[in-house]
Design a protein around this ligand. Structure first.
Ligand code: TXA
Ligand code: MG
Length: 321
């Protein structure tokens, strides 16, 4: 059930979390499907509802910076520089875990991903329940991420008791994930906090661009985030190849091609990559429900949030290659 995210309803949701149940809630990146991270019975439900493979670990959400010491150990000093600057916010840190975090959350790994979200409702839900909240994005595994409560309802509405409606997510792509498990930090997933900004605080970060279907370093799935209908890149060639089909086109700023399309959506007419990120999943959700055969999406510059958008777009395209 969709419920307005007022204090009364957040308390109801916190009660469900405490009873070992799951709820969907807003964060600034995307909506999450949360359970008490310390209760395996609740966490298992997340995997079942999403049909998510058990090898894929979950992010644990906390409501204050100090909690990092409760749930993780071996802290590189750069970690504190980052959380001082960017928490609460769209940055997830992978760290050595403490025993208190159950194996089901981390898929048996000795590491835990921690994030303090920058959203009042998410923070209240954690505070009212008094628990860290394990939460992936609130979508079926492999499909589009939800940036609106209606997206959650469309995919999972029948399987969850409460969806807290906090309006649109104002970042629009998932958090950036940095691992601090090795000697140097490694980028596991580009996301809502641009890598350039993180590098301005802690220096150059390595990025492994290898994909696999059973990743050793999770988060590196080759195909992911895909709409229900085929999607490809928008180019002169792809337009020609699909000329017999009904095409929905997703542009960055404007249509500079010689063709017109059944549907045309513009991620950011002014060319703002932050605005493009907010609209990216939203427009894909709209297009996948239209009477079209294929979505073609223009490539964006791979800088700022464009890097995160292109990562999701490439993984969506990979599904239909
Ligand atoms: O913005 C976000 O991060 C959203 C909101 C709800 O917070 N959450 C989210 O969760 O995107 P999810 O499960 O859809 O993506 C989390 C990624 C997965 O690819 C997972 O493999 C990776 O984080 N991950 C989680 N724990 C990890 C760990 N211990 N080591 C490496 N990767 C991990
Ligand atoms: Mg996800």
């Amino acid at each position: 059930m969709l419920l307005e995210a007022n204090n009364k309803n957040i308390k109801l949701a916190a009660k469900l979390i405490n009873d070992g149940d799951v709820v969907a809630f807003p964060t600034e990146t995307v909506y999450g499907l949360g359970a008490d991270a310390l209760n395996p019975k609740g966490v298992i439900k997340i995997f079942e509802i999403k049909k998510r493979p058990r090898f894929n670990p979950l992010i644990v959400h906390i409501a204050n910076k100090e909690a990092i010491k409760e749930f993780s150990r071996k802290h590189d000093p750069r970690i504190f520089d980052l959380i001082k600057e960017f928490w609460p916010g769209p940055l997830t840190l992978v760290l050595k875990k403490k025993k208190i975090i159950p194996d089901i959350v981390t898929a048996g790994n000795d590491t835990v991903a921690l994030r303090m979200p920058n959203h009042k409702v998410a923070l209240k839900l954690i505070e009212y329940s008094g628990k860290p909240i394990a939460a992936p994005s609130a979508n079926s595994f492999g499909f589009l991420s939800p940036t609106d409560p209606q997206h959650v309802e469309k995919q999972l509405g029948e399987k969850i008791k409460i969806i807290l409606d906090g309006g649109r997510s104002n970042v629009g792509v998932e958090s950036t994930i940095i691992s601090f498990v090795g000697k140097d930090p490694v980028l596991l997933r580009p996301g809502g906090l641009p890598v350039e900004i993180i590098e301005s605080v802690i220096g150059k970060i390595n990025f492994s661009e290898e994909y696999s279907d059973k990743p050793i370093s999770p988060g590196q799935l080759r195909s992911h985030y895909a709409p229900k209908i085929p999607i490809g890149f928008l180019t002169e060639t792809s337009i020609r190849k699909n000329s017999d089909k009904k095409i929905g086109a997703l542009f960055f700023k404007e249509n500079l091609f010689d063709s017109v399309f059944v549907y045309e959506k513009f991620l950011s007419p002014s060319g703002d990559l932050n605005e493009a990120a907010v609209n990216f999943f939203k427009y894909l959700h709209e297009l996948e429900n239209k009477d079209i055969d294929i979505i073609l999406c223009e490539k964006l510059p791979k800088k700022g949030l464009g890097f995160a958008i292109m990562d999701r777009l490439q993984k969506a395209v990979n599904k239909y290659l």
